[in-house]
Unconditional design. Structure first.
Length: 141
């Protein structure tokens, strides 16, 4: 007797999967950039500094993004503006080697924000479509 697959095993539409992958990839790239920037590429002090801990808050939402938790996508879309702001300030005030890293941070922050917003909108639209089809009145004979 075949059993029905659990609802969590249902594969989401390809655009939702793409937005998830884009969000996870940009989050991981932003984490790596923060670590590399403050430890090796252009640390404030030779040998690195404690500012590398700024990458730690980015590690917290990784599991939620991988599990497609809507709440995580929403708060990451707010958290990422802190990194965007740091990138803008450092791109404006620091000399060119650091300026390039700051511009990459800005780009990755915008990419993460766009991926989160895209994921949220696509999931809400899909849920709304499912809701509409389940509430259609039955035609009368």
């Amino acid at each position: 007797m075949p059993t029905a697959a659990p609802s969590s095993a249902v594969q989401p539409p390809p655009p939702v999967v793409l937005s998830q992958r884009l969000a996870v990839a940009s989050l991981m790239a932003l984490m790596l950039l923060c670590l590399a920037w403050e430890l090796w590429l252009a640390p404030l002090r030779p040998g690195g500094s404690w500012i590398a801990l700024k990458a730690l808050p980015l590690a917290l939402p990784l599991a939620g993004l991988l599990k497609r938790r809507m709440y995580t996508y929403r708060w990451v879309s707010l958290l990422v503006w802190l990194y965007f702001t740091e990138g803008v300030v450092r791109a404006w005030s620091d000399p060119p080697p650091i300026r390039w890293l700051a511009l990459i941070e800005i780009l990755l922050s915008l990419l993460l924000f766009a991926a989160c917003v895209m994921h949220i909108r696509l999931r809400q639209r899909a849920a709304h479509l499912v809701d509409e089809t389940s509430h259609d009145p039955q035609p009368t004979p």
